[in-house]
Design a binder for this molecule. Sequence first.
Ligand code: HEC
Ligand code: HEC
Ligand code: HEC
Ligand code: HEC
Ligand code: HEC
Ligand code: HEC
Length: 293
Amino acid sequence: MPYLFCLLTLATLFISPLKAADKIELPPLHHLVGIKPSDAIKVPDKFKLGDEGELICATCHGLKDIDKTEVDKVDTTAADFLVGGHYRNLTGLCYQCHDEKKTQRENIHILLDEQGEIKKKQCTYCHEEVPDRDKKLSVAELKLRLPMQSLCYGCHLKDPHFNAVEHQVKPAQKEMLERIKKHSSELGILVPLSDKQEVICVSCHTPHQYGVIDPEKPAGKQVINDDLAEGVTYKAHPWDQVFTADKADRLAEFNQQHKMNVEFSYQRIVQEALLRLPAKDGQLCLVCHDSKD
Ligand code: HEC
Ligand code: HEC
Ligand code: HEC
Ligand code: HEC
Ligand code: HEC
Ligand code: HEC
């Protein structure tokens, strides 16, 4: 969520002096406190405000006495660290008060209008010219603005989700490359790799809304999604805790290796978007992975 980064960076510019308790040190890039919400912000009842209607620690944190605890001693994994529990994306918390519509970027992958016609201008985010969909085009003829392996980075992060970073490599085993070739031709899908045979974003994702490319063509074969504006949707899953515990060790190792701090929460995917094959039942994974690995 690059947008969140912008917001958090912005937030540092707005950190206001604390009113009630000016000794507390807030973590860097923290949200501002001590301010009364303007008309632009609607604060739901579950977020308690201070006596003067201002943002206080307890507005967003359930942890008792968080303001009297040293920053590095605060248990950020506690269920009530944030009011409302763990959010899959932190933006889920932000949008409870901030207007999601106003802050959201237009989803440029919505390439068809209400009549099903292509929005030509949108094609040029990625192609220098609108490609002719009736012709068979070579990669050079697609006139992509950037090489395929970096095309998505202007708008997305290199690590948009769990496991994405580890995937952007050349398969360690030759067998995997052979499997990709064999399975993609059998299944009639496109699985592009970089010039160096690395897995890239578009190996798993298609950039186009369903129907832009003829679904009979490999490039057009993809998961159908009737509501791309809604994006990927998830539903809390009762097994979340089990899965999270199961992944904890691998995740800790991963975080150490990549100097990152990824949190993972298993939630059932309800609607998938922009994928070449469904992932929720493993079909996509098995294009490259052996069912035995
Ligand atoms: C409990 C409600 C609440 C939540 C949750 C919340 N905010 Fe805010 N935020 C506010 C209020 C109130 C202001 C003060 C500005 C105003 O009132 O218009 C503010 C201001 C900001 C500002 C300063 C820029 C501006 O519009 O003045 C940024 C940036 C910001 N919030 C980002 C975030 C992010 C990122 C999250 C999620 C991590 C978040 N907020 C969650 C209530 C909230
Ligand atoms: C508008 C919501 C909001 C308010 C008000 C708020 N916080 Fe936070 N705070 C957050 C969010 C969101 C995070 C998590 C940021 C993240 O994970 O990147 C956070 C993180 C923290 C952390 C953990 C930092 C870390 O990464 O280890 C501490 C400590 C903290 N807040 C203290 C406070 C204190 C003390 C107050 C009151 C003075 C306060 N917060 C008020 C939203 C808020
Ligand atoms: C977000 C970037 C992006 C946007 C926006 C985009 N494309 Fe593409 N397009 C690509 C990439 C990457 C490829 C090569 C990989 C693939 O086909 O999936 C491609 C391939 C194609 C192809 C070749 C398909 C084939 O059969 O091999 C056509 C035709 C095409 N795009 C047309 C369009 C049209 C028309 C639009 C606007 C309605 C559009 N694209 C918008 C990135 C984009
Ligand atoms: C010009 C900016 C831009 C480019 C380039 C771009 N995206 Fe996106 N993408 C967006 C926006 C905006 C959204 C809507 C959600 C959001 O704000 O993250 C989105 C959403 C997505 C989603 C989530 C599905 C959904 O409907 O919410 C996927 C998957 C995705 N993009 C993949 C890609 C891939 C793969 C590429 C590279 C071929 C790419 N994007 C290039 C802007 C872009
Ligand atoms: C386009 C091919 C491709 C697809 C599709 C794919 N993977 Fe991978 N996966 C790889 C490559 C390449 C690696 C790097 C390790 C290697 O070369 O064996 C990898 C590594 C992994 C790892 C090990 C990561 C680590 O901890 O080091 C896991 C777990 C994994 N994939 C799971 C999945 C799952 C789950 C799916 C389906 C959602 C999936 N993969 C889809 C190619 C793919
Ligand atoms: C190995 C396959 C694979 C690779 C590589 C991969 N993704 Fe994903 N991506 C997925 C799966 C699976 C999902 C889950 C959502 C779904 O099923 O539609 C997903 C979800 C997303 C989402 C939506 C997240 C959300 O919660 O709304 C975005 C955005 C996205 N990917 C962008 C990218 C970008 C950008 C890259 C390259 C930097 C990339 N992905 C690389 C498989 C992959």
